[in-house]
Design a protein around this ligand. Structure first.
Ligand SMILES: Cc1cc2nc3c(=O)[nH]c(=O)nc-3n(C[C@H](O)[C@H](O)[C@H](O)COP(=O)(O)O)c2cc1C
Length: 417
């Protein structure tokens, strides 16, 4: 699987290790609570980067499937697996690949995570942080939100005690040959106000679309979410005082535009469709059949969806941030400008090195012919010409005089040696 990222500005740092770290978070085979498939998920760069920097051209990343085992799918070849995309894919295209690993497999989320990891790095430069976690499984809710706990337990739940109870539930469901759904909370912190669009690219619409595009996500709630249907205006409205909003029922978005508060989103994740428990289905010829799916499946998708949901949120916010920069005319950031200065200073130093080599050659020439090192007429001419160039280029003549005084005195030193 792979991903092409286009529209990325040139000259940005591209931290491949940070991308690998996010891919490792998504990888299966990390605990008893996720699929035991073994995939190394090493990211390969095909284009768009040079010496760790973006080139401004499309960046293509590829993650090869190494742990594939298509034989597990042989007995399912002609069957429609309940809860899967096999039936709809066949209706749409008239042909389908029954083996795992294709577009309707969770495997496709590697591309999202790789691209999202880069978006996260860029957002972090603006102080924007994206965090997701498992907040509910089978009615067991995370009450204590300890952000440091999330990556410490296999369910990626911020409440250690709730995580323990969730783990028990998942294992008992797994033993029954079944699976279970849950809720994942996605947060974006330090988002500046003003991101998004008032009509067609509303920020809440874009976030909902992006999260809903992840396999297995069946509902997206922003702020109070579905609860608003049972609330009064006085309960839901976020009132304001001099310091700003007093509450955050809106989930950080009003009128399709970020308010500057935390963006709060919940996604409802369905139970993994592949289960061992016998189910009724039909084959591609219309015959009624029984199906029991064995193989290496996630008993609960929530912990694996966490990094994918973060990636999708990051991609939406990064797009919105880039569009907002264009509106505000702030296309360049301080770090990009500093990078440019660094590049220019490097060039100046390279030029000085070349100049030094020539100066050494001139020194040898003068020595062989017994010519004096200092040539005042030539020096006067050098200064006159440099100052004229400085005036033409609108550069301070005082600065140019100082620089060439230093350069000429240094050259004399070299030639005398
Ligand atoms: C990270 C992740 C892991 C998943 N793992 C599995 C799995 O092991 N077995 C399975 O049957 N479905 C799994 N799914 C769900 C299916 O991909 C998804 O339910 C299916 O493609 C149908 O799409 P829909 O549920 O969005 O309609 C996973 C999804 C994600 C995002």
């Amino acid at each position: 699987m792979g991903v092409v990222m286009d529209g990325i500005r040139p000259g940005l740092d591209f931290d491949v290790e940070a991308i690998q770290k996010e891919l490792d978070r998504r990888r299966p085979g990390q605990s008893r609570f996720v699929s035991s498939r073994v995939e190394s998920d090493r990211v390969e760069i095909l284009s768009g980067l040079f010496e760790g920097k973006t080139l401004g051209t499309p960046i293509c990343l590829v993650i090869r499937n190494l742990g594939h085992d298509s034989s597990a799918y042989d007995e399912l070849k002609d069957l429609f697996r309940p809860g899967h995309a096999g039936y709809t894919t066949l209706k749409k295209y008239g042909i389908r690949d029954h083996r795992g690993g294709g577009r309707s497999s969770a495997r496709e989320t590697v591309g999202r995570v790789a691209a999202g990891a880069f978006a996260k790095q860029e957002l972090a430069k603006e102080g924007i942080l994206i965090i997701a976690y498992t907040s509910e499984i089978d009615g067991i809710k995370a009450h204590r939100i300890d952000m440091d706990e999330i990556e410490k337990n296999p369910l990626r739940c911020p409440d250690r005690n709730a995580a323990k109870r969730m783990e028990k539930k998942i294992l008992s469901v797994k033993r029954e040959g079944n699976s279970i759904g849950g809720v994942v909370q996605v947060l974006a912190q330090n988002v500046p106000p003003g991101l998004g669009d008032p009509v067609f690219k509303k920020l809440d619409g874009e976030i909902a679309g992006a999260l809903m595009s992840i396999g297995g996500v069946k509902a997206v709630e922003i702020g109070d979410g579905a609860k608003v249907a049972r609330m009064k205006g006085s309960e839901h409205n976020d009132q304001m005082d001099r310091r700003g909003f007093k509450t955050n029922h809106s989930g950080g978005i009003l009128g399709g535009i970020s308010t500057g508060q935390e963006i709060r989103v919940r996604i409802a994740v369905k139970p993994t469709p592949s289960i061992e428990k016998p189910q009724e289905t039909v084959d591609i010829y219309g015959n009624e059949r029984q199906i029991s799916i064995r193989g290496r499946h996630d008993p609960c998708i929530c912990p694996r969806i966490v990094p994918v949901a973060e990636a999708m949120m990051a991609l939406v916010l990064y797009d919105a941030l880039l569009r907002q920069r264009e509106i505000e005319g702030k296309a360049l950031r301080i770090d990009q400008l500093r990078d440019e200065i660094d590049r220019l200073d490097h060039q100046i130093i390279d030029l000085l090195a070349s100049r030094r080599q020539i100066s050494i050659s001139i020194g040898q020439y003068k020595k062989e012919r017994g010519i004096a090192v200092r040539d005042r007429a030539r020096e006067r001419e050098v200064f006159r010409q440099r100052i004229r160039w400085a005036e033409e280029s609108n550069v301070s003549t005082v600065l140019v005089k100082e620089i060439f005084n230093a350069i000429l005195s240094h050259s004399r030193g070299i030639q005398t040696e």
